[in-house]
Write a protein that binds this ligand. Structure first.
Ligand SMILES: O=C(O)CC1=CCC(=O)O1
Length: 92
């Protein structure tokens, strides 16, 4: 099942520098592991925003929920999920 997920990151300005660095490193490792496994298909920066637009290919809603709750940045994110279906004019 394909989902488009928009994530906006709102790190607290007073977050300790070491906690910030640790969380960002953990987020990168988590995201790259899921890209290697094939569940995180696309990860794009939304230009000019501390936000990304991602596409996930997961077994079901519960798996997507598990992935999103597991994001190290989850406590600092606003997340919007859009289920995707085939567009009749799409070539691929
Ligand atoms: O920087 C972001 O958009 C948040 C994020 C998600 C995966 C990742 O590596 O960073």
């Amino acid at each position: 099942m394909l989902f488009a997920v928009h994530m906006t990151v709102n790190l607290p300005p007073d977050l300790d520098a070491e906690a910030r660095a640790t969380t960002l490193a953990a987020e990168k490792e988590y995201a790259q592991r899921l890209q290697h496994s094939g569940e995180w298909l696309h990860l794009w920066r939304c230009a000019g925003q501390y936000a990304n637009l991602s596409v996930f290919d997961v077994a079901d809603n519960d798996r997507l929920n598990e992935i999103l709750w597991g994001l190290p940045l989850f406590p600092y994110m606003d997340i919007t999920v859009t289920p995707l279906s085939q567009h009749p004019s799409a070539l691929h």
